[in-house]
Design a protein. Structure first.
Length: 173
């Protein structure tokens, strides 16, 4: 399995692939996230990538363009020391766990965005596996709070790993 920086780059690559397909007439479309438009979803994802990047040594902050965030965070993840210690801005969560949330947020919202604009919603398999592994180890009271995910959706036992991840986050694959 690749390292955490590589997994983030897989999620970032998918985000770039999908977000560059947003048409001028699609910004106000509803998304799979209840009450959010495409613009709301993009703004949310970029806010958290910038915030996460700031906590992980990238020097990013909300309001920056995705190309700036992507380059800075990718470079920061080349230095393993940026994943050491904890992030006081995130309740002293260990930085490697912060990165896990940053990856999961970007990956899952790539799926949301793809579904909303009619793009290919196939996620990178390795990133799906790593994200699912990580999320299933987070306490339910953290994941199922109003700011995170809805309750899991039931799916068939033979569902694909991607569908398991999507269903686990309360979305219908």
């Amino acid at each position: 399995m690749s390292g955490p920086g590589d997994i983030w780059r897989q999620a970032a690559g998918k985000w770039t692939e999908v977000s560059t397909q947003i048409g001028d007439d699609q910004w106000e479309l509803p998304t799979t996230c209840e009450g959010w438009t495409v613009r709301d979803l993009v703004d949310h994802a970029m806010h958290w990538q910038a915030m996460g990047g700031g906590m992980l040594g990238a020097g990013t902050s909300p309001g920056q363009d995705w190309s700036v965030i992507e380059a800075a965070l990718s470079a920061a993840l080349d230095d393993p020391s940026n994943l050491e210690g904890s992030a006081p801005e995130f309740d002293d969560m260990p930085k490697h766990q912060v990165l896990g949330f940053v990856i999961g947020d970007l990956l899952i919202h790539s799926w949301d965005l793809a579904r909303s604009i009619g793009a290919d919603d196939t996620l990178p398999a390795e990133a799906v596996e790593a994200t699912y592994f990580g999320l299933t180890r987070v306490p339910a009271e953290v994941l199922r709070s109003t700011d995170m995910f809805d309750d899991p959706v039931e799916i068939d036992d033979d569902a694909s790993p991607q569908d398991r991840l999507i269903a686990f986050t309360g979305r219908r694959p």
